[in-house]
Design a protein around this ligand. Sequence first.
Ligand code: NAD
Ligand code: IPM
Ligand code: MN
Length: 355
Amino acid sequence: MRKIELAALPGDGVGIEVVESAKDVLHTLADAHGGVEFSFTTFPWSCDYYVEHGEMMPKDAMNTLKQFEALFLGAVGNPALVPDHISLWGMLIKIRREFELSVNVRPAKRMKGIASPLANPKDFDFVVVRENSEGEYSEVGGRIHQGENEVAIQNAVFTRRATEKVLRYAFQLAEKRNSRLVSATKSNGIVHSMPFWDEVTKAVATEYPHVNVQSNHIDALAAFFVTKPSEFDVVVASNLFGDILTDVGSAIMGSIGIAPSANINLEGRYPSMFEPVHGSAPDIAGKGLANPIGQIWTAKMMLDHFGYDELGQTLLDAIEDVTESGIKTRDIGGTSTTKEVTEAIKSSILQAARV
Ligand code: NAD
Ligand code: IPM
Ligand code: MN
């Protein structure tokens, strides 16, 4: 029996509710199918923790987390208690950067029983590969002067190493899928980083001659996600562009509450981190209304990461079995609670295991 040691970081708001759901579902899945066991150690690091301790995580947190095989995170942020740039840079972004989680993989596809807000959506199934450690998310810059003359400067940082890394990952993923890659650029308006991004894209493309690669400006691309999502296979984007595109991808699926993501350390030096695309949703937190599917689908990505692809597929089938049956939270047009959806997914897993 393989036992996988995981750190659970529920974080804030609905993160706490949906991590609980997904853990419950994972345990049910493992019990029903055998061969693997998930052991979770839960850490209470969050904005509440910050209010009590003056920091998002203890000083030795990264050393503690390094011991685990993967991290399972809910969401971080409670702007009513702690400014977002402090909570996020103190935890989520800190982990992504220090554990060299260079790529953020975010799939989007039409799901059974979930209505897309698009009028006539064809089926779509694509993956956004987002650079996850640098780019527009940078500490370089500052504020100068005061009053009317005040200036805030925010520099984007694009290293050749990280840019090549995310592009290679995207090309390799495209090779495994339908060999079509779209690169998000903005070299018409951003004069240093984006021409560099395009140059590296062209150079890396020569290593993958079978992949059809095309560049789209980010503004047009965001619109294409709405007007013709079925044309995409793999999309590669810098950190901020990928962030925005994946909220659009979630929206066309039906809700940000169902979108999963994986932050991968490609070298295997540090644990990868699995978290949904959505945030802590302060507007619905604590009410039992959160959609747990984003977190549960995220658990499927974690299963794939550990090579349990079949279990991952079983989990995705159970999710769709439940959405198709109409047991859905409010954000996707239903009336069910987080708990009801969670229980329905567990029942579907158990039923499938019996036949
Ligand atoms: P959000 O994703 O939390 O919420 C956006 C909208 O989506 C809200 O209307 C919310 O109710 C809804 N929503 C989100 N998750 C849902 C779910 N599981 N079920 C049903 N509805 C859901 O984004 P925001 O409002 O911009 O941010 C809120 C806080 O979360 C901020 O502090 C932000 O910085 C943080 N945040 C954290 C992460 C993360 O930790 N990975 C990601 C995004 C935002
Ligand atoms: C995400 C979130 C984060 C990001 C925020 C909370 C810093 O929006 O994971 O998509 O921008 O990466
Ligand atoms: Mn985001």
